[in-house]
Design a binder for this molecule. Structure first.
Ligand SMILES: Nc1nc2c(c(=O)[nH]1)N[C@H]1C(S)=C(S)[C@@H](COP(=O)(O)OP(=O)(O)OC[C@H]3O[C@@H](n4cnc5c(=O)[nH]c(N)nc54)[C@H](O)[C@@H]3O)O[C@H]1N2
Ligand SMILES: Nc1nc2c(c(=O)[nH]1)N[C@H]1C(S)=C(S)[C@@H](COP(=O)(O)OP(=O)(O)OC[C@H]3O[C@@H](n4cnc5c(=O)[nH]c(N)nc54)[C@H](O)[C@@H]3O)O[C@H]1N2
Ligand code: SF4
Ligand SMILES: [Mo]
Length: 877
């Protein structure tokens, strides 16, 4: 039964900040059908690979189904009372600043609002910070310095209305795929729309670029300072608009140092970019983590804002700086005041009138009167024992905070830690004294705000399993049990949303931008039916853009250009750590993979953690293709698979952030990243660790497939889902004396039938275990990285295949190669063969022949790259 005929629920995708609308239909058996909502303004029916695979991630296997206290299952009453008592006791003994919440830009606005109210108004501390500190803090700081408030001026439509889109430190094709597709579709229609990508790596996004500026990591301020000078010298300053802007002379003076050589770019490319920028009024500059996650993140943001202010290109159709948010509710979190240095509704914690107004509105016994600890400082305070009770909600800091081993140790050493998650199997959840089961995305109601200020509803399509509950309910109940019954007496999320909207009216009266007071008397059914709407939402104003009118939220009402001095990336660690480690995301995984790794389709794209390294550096370091590399920094080390490429600059390497103790314990990359932060925003520099690289010379390498979970024992392993089970890469020092025993332990199959070939002299062993006709698992071992047809082997567990030990596919079933199109499971070998045989020249032809790229479109940049590769090969032949 596929649930056809059952009603569809309109909701929002829980992943990136594009905030696509989805239509969900539960099949009544725990499954969920997902399609894009044609009526949602963000995606108009489109979805990327991650959105489309949501149905594969909602099963209850692996879910945390009941509260646990000190490792023992309990009921809610015990768990909640334990949390409330410990927090109350700690506050009584050590004061409100001895406790902290670490929360997430993936929480719904209603969850976030309750957490912020509890901490700032009732506990009376501002020690609530969020993973948005690792994500958006530099933009928040940059916006506030320039505009006096944290506002994204433009809308998604601007990308389609622009004549030039500059993407700075953004891999839009993989990280905001539907927005990328909107841009790609527009460029196809209107090739005059130019795209410039500014990124030290050649990413999938570069397939759309007319110009790729592959600058040296960390040098963006030098480039945009240069642009500011060129704007001035080229006579492109908008003199009329400058009446609304302060700080031009100082900004220009600071920019007068010519540091363009620092960028490592060819002057002609720089000139081409500057010329394009100068002559194109309709310019949008999109920026993301290559800008924010930097020791000069806030300065990078302001360097970009300077160039838009001085040209008056802001808040008009097709013009403006555009920070794309990462998480689904990064924007909502900023609205409710989830950061330790904000109050609520964009009100200021430093402003006594703002504080009093919020306190009165909440009828609160206290109000935090100074900023709380920002994420990095917060975990350092936990480590020192200064924070004695910590509640972590909807985030996995033991993996994603810089200096992650120190963070893990700090949490482990904390007197009292509460973790709310949907699974107990995370690096952070394992450290909790109290573990609380949260309802997941498909099961709960609330709102989120996407990158272009559009508020959308998330709606439940299925019941929460076991005892799990929505985060707002858990937080409100703890608030009541701590003695604040009336303030946290919420019955449903609608009530919380109305209160939030009413508080925004006060912000509006203070003259602030975030005002959604038109929604403050929404009825419950009105909330249920709420259609996507862009703020501000007041009786007189709905949506639109900001700042074209020259009205800003600074004390004198003018925008501020900032005087920015380019600071060379500091020599972090000296000659012992000569490589610059850049980190980020891959197309089909979401952060620490607790949801996306459940999907075999998504796991097929990149099944293993890797280090992108330039071929000259690889040769110099003694790293061969597919060898393993040890990455060491002053704070930690990791082992990753080498991926030799010319996509990165010499001297710079790149690793993904996704792998964890559960998927590849040696590849928790944040264990290597030191906790250097931007002095203005407190945001960690996640993209510039100084590292040393050495080959990891394992004594043996292995590859295994299995229909049941495996328990690997090896120095390096990486586990991924497949349609019929799991696949595993292995490597270790010290060869086991008995491969049969090793493999039986790995597959947990003491009595299955074994087939085995072994050549001890060559260090080769191949073992297959059957039960009856069915293959349980197979292990291939060699002294070098194992060469077998992985994408064929992963299809075999659970089938009645007999002959697997060759590791090759039979002639009538060619190996498809690593999957490129995850919707239709089309591999790279299949694609290259078809391109060659049928002399294909376009993504459209590939689609017509193989379907690849015709559904979600997330792989289209990779298909373009394959076509180019085939062309180059042909030319060479
Ligand atoms: N598939 C997928 N999509 C996601 C997520 C995910 O986990 N998976 N997470 C979401 C979240 S929370 C976020 S914040 C966004 C992040 O989205 P992005 O910011 O687009 O992603 P990143 O890969 O972190 O980094 C972007 C680029 O910055 C470049 N970069 C590094 N250093 C510099 C520099 O000094 N200057 C410049 N100009 N560029 C530099 C990197 O090479 C990288 O290509 O993605 C969101 N979308
Ligand atoms: N080196 C490096 N580090 C980085 C980055 C980088 O680019 N490089 N990027 C940084 C950025 S931008 C970000 S945003 C962070 C992201 O880092 P995190 O937020 O730590 O990563 P997630 O895996 O998204 O963690 C979300 C957790 O919430 C759980 N969860 C899912 N649904 C629910 C729910 O409904 N309720 C509750 N209570 N829990 C739920 C998930 O199971 C998971 O454990 O990582 C940061 N760290
Ligand atoms: S672009 Fe993809 S991950 Fe982002 S919201 Fe849309 S479907 Fe979800
Ligand atoms: Mo993020």
């Amino acid at each position: 039964m596929d649930g056809a005929g059952l009603p569809e629920t309109r909701s929002t995708c829980p992943y990136c900040g594009v905030g696509c609308g989805v239509l969900l239909r539960a099949d009544g058996q725990g499954g969920l059908h997902v399609r894009g909502d044609p009526d949602h303004p963000a995606n108009k029916g489109r979805l990327c690979s991650k959105g489309l695979a949501l149905g594969e991630t909602v099963g209850t296997g692996g879910r945390l189904l009941s509260p646990h206290v000190n490792g023992r299952e309990t009921g809610w009453d015990t768990a909640l009372q334990t949390v409330a008592d410990r927090f109350s006791d700690t506050i009584r003994k050590h004061g409100p600043d001895s406790v902290a919440f670490y929360v997430s830009g993936q929480m719904l606005t209603e969850d976030y609002y309750v957490a912020n109210k509890l901490m700032k108004g009732f506990i009376g501390s501002a020690n609530i910070d969020t993973n948005s500190r690792l994500c958006m803090a530099s933009t928040v700081a940059g916006h506030r310095r320039a505009f006096g408030t944290d506002t994204v001026p433009g809308t998604y439509e601007d990308l389609e209305e622009a004549d030039l889109v500059v993407l700075v430190g953004s891999n839009l094709a993989w990280c905001h795929p539907v927005l990328y597709q909107r841009l790609a579709a527009e460029k196809e229609k209107r090739p005059g729309l130019k795209v410039v990508v500014i990124d030290p790596r050649r990413t999938a996004t570069c397939d759309l670029a007319d110009l790729h500026l592959q600058l040296r990591g960390g040098t963006d301020v030098a480039l945009f300072n240069g642009l500011l000078r060129a704007i001035h010298e080229g006579g492109a300053v908008d003199k009329a608009y400058m009446a609304h802007v302060d700080g031009f002379d100082a900004a220009l003076c600071a920019a007068s140092d010519d540091c363009l050589d620092e960028t490592g770019l060819d002057r002609r490319d720089i000139r081409a970019f500057f010329d394009l920028f100068l002559r194109t009024d309709r310019t949008v500059t999109v920026f993301s983590q290559g800008v924010n996650q930097s020791a000069s993140g806030a300065d990078k943001v302001n360097a970009i804002l300077n160039c838009h202010l001085v040209t008056g290109r802001i808040g008009l159709p097709g013009m403006g700086p555009f920070s794309v948010t990462g998480q689904p509710n990064a924007m909502g979190g900023r609205e409710v005041g989830g950061l330790a240095n904000m109050l609520a509704c964009h009100l200021d914690i430093e402003n006594a009138d703002h504080r009093q107004a919020v306190r009165n509105f909440w009828d609160a016994p206290a109000i935090a009167d100074h900023a709380g600890l920002k994420a990095v400082d917060m975990f350092r305070a936990v480590g020192r024992g200064q924070i004695k009770a910590l509640w972590i909600i909807h985030t996995n800091p033991a993996v994603t905070m810089p200096d992650a081993d120190a963070v893990r140790d700090a949490i482990r050493g904390c007197d009292f830690t509460v973790v709310s998650d949907i699974t107990g199997a995370t690096d952070t959840a394992r450290l909790a004294h109290v573990l609380l089961p949260a309802a997941a995305w498909g099961e709960k109601d609330g709102t989120v705000t996407n990158s272009d200020r559009t508020i959308s509803r998330q709606r439940a399509a299925m019941p929460p399993p076991g005892q799990s509950r929505p985060d707002w309910q858990i937080l409100a109940e703890v608030g009541r049990r701590m003695g604040w019954h009336k303030a946290f007496d919420y019955e449903n999320p609608a009530e919380i949303f109305r209160e939030h909207a009413a508080l925004s009216h006060i912000a509006g009266q203070f003259g602030l931008d975030f005002d959604i007071s038109a929604l403050s008397d929404l009825s419950d059914p009105g909330y249920d039916d709420l259609a996507p709407a862009r703020w501000p939402l007041t009786r007189t104003r709905q949506g639109g853009r900001f700042f074209a009118d020259g009205r800003f939220y600074t004390p004198n009402g003018k925008a501020q250009m900032l005087a920015l001095h380019y600071r060379p990336p500091t020599e972090r660690s000296g000659p012992r750590f000569p490589f610059r480690l850049n980190t980020g995301r891959v197309r089909d995984q979401w952060h620490t993979m607790t949801r996306t790794a459940l999907s075999p389709r998504l796991s097929a794209h990149l099944a293993e953690p890797f280090l992108e390294i330039h071929r000259d550096d690889a040769a110099r370091t003694g790293l061969g293709p597919a060898s393993l590399v040890q990455v060491t920094s002053p704070v930690g080390s990791a082992i990753l698979r080498t991926l030799i490429t010319d996509r990165v600059r010499p001297g710079e390497v790149f690793a993904p952030m996704h792998w964890t103790s559960d998927t590849a314990p040696s590849a928790r990359i944040d264990a290597v990243v030191p906790d250097v932060v931007d002095p203005v925003s407190g945001q960690p520099d996640s993209k510039a660790a100084g590292v040393a690289l050495t080959p990891f010379r394992a004594d043996w390498y292995g590859f295994a497939v299995s229909s049941a979970p495996m328990t690997p024992a090896a120095d390096y392993w990486a586990l991924a889902r497949t349609p019929g089970g799991w696949r595993l890469e292995l490597a270790a020092l010290g060869t086991p004396s008995d491969w049969e025993r090793y493999a039986r332990d790995l597959f947990n199959c003491p009595d299955a039938t074994l087939q085995m070939v072994q050549d001890a002299g060559r260090g080769m062993a191949r073992l297959a275990f059957h039960r009856g006709d069915r293959l349980l698992g197979a292990l291939f071992v060699a002294r070098e990285p194992v060469a077998v047809m992985r994408d064929h082997l992963v299809t075999l567990p659970g089938t009645d295949v007999q002959c697997v030990l060759t590791g090759q596919s039979p002639a009538d079933r060619p190996d498809p190669g690593p999957i490129v199109c995850s919707c239709f499971g089309v591999g790279v070998n299949t694609l290259l063969a078809a391109i060659e045989a049928q002399a294909m020249t376009s993504v459209g032809q590939i689609g017509a022949a193989l379907q690849a790229g015709t559904n979600c479109g997330s792989c289209r940049p990779e298909l373009t790259a394959l076509l180019a590769r085939a062309r180059i090969q042909e030319a060479a032949e």
